[in-house]
Design a protein around this ligand. Sequence first.
Ligand SMILES: O=C[C@H](O)COP(=O)(O)O
Length: 249
Amino acid sequence: MRKKLAAGNWKMNGTGDALSEVVQLSMDYMTSNVDILICPPATLIERMGHTAVDSAVAVGGQDCHAKPSGAHTGDISAGMLKDAGATYVILGHSERRTDHGETDADVCAKTEAALGEGLVAVVCVGETEGQRDAGETLDVIGTQLAGSLPDAGVSGATVVIAYEPVWAIGTGRVPTLEQIAEVHDFIRAELVKRFGDDGQRIRLLYGGSVKPGNAAEIFATSNVDGALVGGASLKAADFSAIIAALEAA
Ligand SMILES: O=C[C@H](O)COP(=O)(O)O
């Protein structure tokens, strides 16, 4: 049985003022059977870590460096995230792959670093619109999945996969439920092929324009164990509604 996960990726948004809303949210969902995760900007991780320490809300980073320390201006290591209170880290988000040229090999190295520090790695995969139109979606996802995950240390307790079609992120456009199911079933099969029973236990999140209005039907879709939510996670009311939909699914 996979525990559901509602994850919020704040991207380059959010200030300290947003903390109180998250605290409220965590108090509302203390007894939830849904894991709740917020990945704020790096500047807020430590504050959130302290605020959420006794609550139901976990805190995560949005990226980490593959190395533990060194001359890498502007970067943060997995150990630093852990030290600040993070227990998760998002890796290989399409915005990192596009803005910073991250390859599958880079994501794999970062995933190894995260697992080495005991962080849960939320590894993102997803096709562009051009790739989908060209009928390449499953090939692209399969390649990203194979290249972004290390051979060792991957289990339901250490890794989460987020399927985020690039064309659905922040656009208000969402794949059909059949398209989501096709990709999630494919990811599940690939994980089981490579990791056996562990592949059954890895949670699969859908991400891309998840809102209160479409959350329930997405959560009822095959092999969807939760969501990686961008814009809607910045509004406590919307994120709470998404969590409630996940709880009810
Ligand atoms: O990491 C989150 C995703 O990129 C989804 O963002 P969005 O919910 O704003 O479309």
